[in-house]
Design a protein around this ligand. Structure first.
Ligand code: NAD
Length: 497
């Protein structure tokens, strides 16, 4: 029998107040039920926020290095359980084991980084303009953080948010995606095992409108960290503005790899196959567009098509599989619709372009790795996020044109250029409008200690990862200590009369 999962609220594992549940199934074999989960509503949100508010008052007083010790424990437990979690994740959302192992590793790296940050959380000391006065700016926690996450990185993305939130002294209410609630539950179990006190983290399963919006609207939630689609991010931003919450939005992408005529084509080929079809193209940083210089277009496109055809589809737990299924039926339909739109707009389906059939594929949401040629920059398949194993290929005549095509989308997350010419590389770094630019490597593959995020409709200016995320989860407090024993008036007493 499938496991019955619960919410975690105020230090206890509980069902939803309504008793309603939802099921989660393996996208590679829809007969396999991963578990049933609480379908929560605003009452559950209320209880979780109340618990988080109460726990915040003691958690904020725990010294940051001590909070860092908890994070080190979390890293150790994740390391010990890496393989088991990776398998659970592959069963739950389909990407191949090699990649789910990487997803857990990102959580491990983030935990150890957070642990070390417990002994930094640097502020500033600055000279005062007045004698016998000391000025400093220190970081203080903010309060209750709502964490809302997507399904494509079920461990890494929650850890990017929850670990720094906790390290900075905030308490957390976590609403994971309904397609990956089991991995989210494992993460909470690990935080508890590592010693995080009851109520400091709370888990509420359920849908976006009931639980997600419920958290964003709640007056006692101080900040919202959201990763997901641009359409939902905009809605969250509107609602949160009514209570002036701090909101971090990490949203969609339409990332491009540029291949110049001087590129190492074998390297560029490996890059585009990994970038476009890794995680079945369901990464915010996936290579969704390939922009190729006309001098190498025919040769390189033939290489890409030939190798895309060799990719092996199947259950990500099997050793010889390169590409897993789409996460669910709706996502697969979206992919198929986009391929049809591309064909209607005049793109050529060079390989793939249909639901995958064959041995071991009949009960999963598989879609053939697809390459669309003759794509022009204004086609929808060249500008809109597809979030599936589809690569749109555009031909260009120069670096300037390549960069203009690359920038011709509402998004601005990741980008890449393959070239042997250092001048091309630096011009791309300067002129591409994106949060991330890779030189001679694919659009995917973030490192946990570097800032991560995008421009334009990919976000609202915050960054996850590295040192930058600690700015989001802390407030600056400016402190003046006057030890002169008399009234000193800034901008008045230090000006010569
Ligand atoms: P989604 O926006 O549908 O859902 C994300 C989360 O928001 C889920 O937990 C969902 O339940 C919740 N949600 C849905 N509607 C809501 C609402 N009205 N109010 C509050 N919460 C709501 O996205 P998804 O399908 O889970 O993920 C795919 C999207 O995420 C893609 O667009 C992808 O590019 C983006 N993404 C971005 C990044 C990044 O760092 N920029 C990383 C991964 C994924």
């Amino acid at each position: 029998m499938a496991r019955r999962f619960q919410n975690y609220i105020d230090g206890k594992w509980v069902d939803s107040r309504s008793g309603r549940t939802f099921e989660n199934r393996n996208p590679a074999n829809w007969d396999e039920v991963i578990g049933t989960f609480p379908l929560s509503n605003k009452e559950d949100v209320e209880a979780a926020v109340k618990a988080a508010r109460k726990a915040y008052e003691s958690w904020r007083l725990v010294p940051a290095p001590k909070r860092g010790d908890f994070m080190r424990n979390v890293g150790d437990i994740l390391t010990a359980r890496k393989e088991e979690i990776a398998k659970q994740m592959t069963r739950e959302m389909g990407k191949v084991l090699l990649e789910t192992r990487g997803d857990v590793q990102e959580g491990i790296d983030t935990a150890y980084y957070a642990s070390s940050e417990g002994r930094r959380l640097f502020g500033h000391t600055v000279p005062s303009e007045l004698p016998s006065k000391f000025n400093m700016a220190i970081r203080v926690p903010i309060g209750v953080a709502a964490i809302i996450t997507p399904w494509n990185f079920p461990m890494a993305i929650p850890t990017w948010k929850i670990f720094p939130a906790l390290l900075c002294g905030n308490s957390v209410v976590f609403k994971p995606a309904s397609d990956t609630p089991a991995t989210a539950t494992t993460l909470i179990e690990i935080l508890l095992e590592a010693g995080i006190p009851p109520g400091v983290v709370n888990l509420v399963h359920g849908g976006g409108t009931e639980v997600g919006i419920g958290l964003v609207e709640h007056p006692d939630v101080d900040l919202v960290s959201f990763t997901g689609s641009t359409v939902v991010g905009k809605r969250i931003s509107e609602i949160a503005s009514k209570t002036l919450k701090r909101v971090s939005l990490e949203l969609g992408g339409k990332n491009a790899q540029i291949v110049m005529d001087d590129a190492n084509l074998d390297l560029a080929l490996e890059g585009v196959l990994w970038g476009a079809f890794g995680t079945t193209g369901q990464r915010c940083t996936a290579t969704s567009r390939l922009i190729v210089h006309e001098k190498v277009y025919d040769k390189f496109l033939a290489m890409v098509v030939q190798h895309a055809q060799k990719l092996r589809l199947g259950d990500g737990l099997k050793r010889d599989v390169d590409v897993g299924p789409c996460v669910n039926e709706k996502q697969r339909q979206t992919v198929d619709e986009y391929v049809k739109i591309g064909a209607q707009e005049g793109a050529k389906i060079l390989t793939g372009g249909k639901l995958a059939k064959g041995d071991g594929l009949s009960k999963g949401w598989f879609y053939e790795p697809t390459v669309l040629g003759d794509v022009t920059p204004n086609m929808r398949v060249a500008r809109e996020e597809i979030f599936g194993p589809v690569l749109s290929v555009v031909k260009v005549g120069s670096l300037e044109e390549a960069i203009a095509v690359c920038n011709n989308t509402a998004y601005g997350l990741s980008s890449s250029i393959y070239t042997q010419d250092i001048n091309n590389a630096y011009r791309a770094i300067r002129d591409i409008k994106a949060g991330i630019t890779y030189i001679n490597s694919p659009t995917i593959g973030a490192e946990a200690h570097m800032p991560f995020g995008g421009v334009k409709e990919t976000g609202n200016g915050h960054r996850e990862g590295g040192w930058t995320v600690y700015d989001f989860f802390t407030e600056w407090k400016t402190v003046y200590v006057d030890y002169s024993g008399k009234l000193q008036r800034a901008q008045i007493d230090n000006v010569e009369k």
